[in-house]
Design a protein around this ligand. Structure first.
Ligand SMILES: [Fe+2]
Ligand SMILES: [Fe+2]
Length: 193
């Protein structure tokens, strides 16, 4: 099994019939075709993958930015990279098979509260975005990534596009937020391991 696909455009058939898809795709194509980004297909994000979740947040944030005449590029790129932290914090069979090195054994009992995934991954994602895509990100995009976990992270977004991403990320994670039993997982605590 390989995770990499150079025909991402056609693969996104759950999105590519929607108006403005092509405008969004043109902005984010270099990221979508990047090997390190595609590796996020193997990273679990609640009920799907970090890859799928990031694409949904990015595209929907782009649409909202367009609607409100904000910076579409900022919303699209920051949305796509908002969870681009450098490790997988949950195991999956595919990851075990292909890229085990990316799996950080993540046991909450061995960590301080302030080190839990929910508190640190926004900052880690911003650093990783700068490392892999230095020509595509700027300070405003990095700020939107860094603040997307507000109010769990106390620093609020400085840009309207950052507020959109923060809102869209929560909206798409609503299934978890609705279920009180799943809240520890949202913060980064694994109750069963
Ligand atoms: Fe996040
Ligand atoms: Fe997210």
């Amino acid at each position: 099994m390989s995770y990499y696909n150079k025909d991402v455009y056609n693969e996104l058939d759950w999105l590519n019939k929607i108006s403005y898809f092509d405008d969004w795709y043109k902005i984010v194509e270099p990221i979508l075709l990047n090997d390190e980004f595609q590796r996020r297909r193997l990273f679990i994000h609640h009920e799907n993958s970090v890859w799928e979740h990031s694409i949904a947040v990015s595209f929907k944030s782009f649409l909202l930015a367009r609607f409100y005449h904000l910076n579409e590029r900022r919303a699209a790129i920051a949305g796509l990279l908002h969870d681009f932290y450098p490790y997988a914090w949950q195991s999956s069979p595919e990851l075990e098979k292909i890229d085990k090195g990316y799996l950080t054994r993540y046991y909450s009992k061995s960590k301080k509260i302030s080190d839990l995934h929910g508190f640190v991954h926004a900052k880690e994602a911003a650093l990783n975005a700068k490392k892999f895509f230095p020509d595509l990100v700027d300070d405003a995009i990095l700020s939107c990534i860094r603040t997307h976990m507000f109010p769990l992270n106390i620093c609020p977004p400085r840009y309207l596009e950052g507020w959109i991403i923060t809102f869209m990320d929560k909206k798409l994670s609503l299934n978890i937020l609705k279920d009180v039993k799943k809240l520890p997982k949202y913060v980064g605590i694994h109750l069963h391991n």
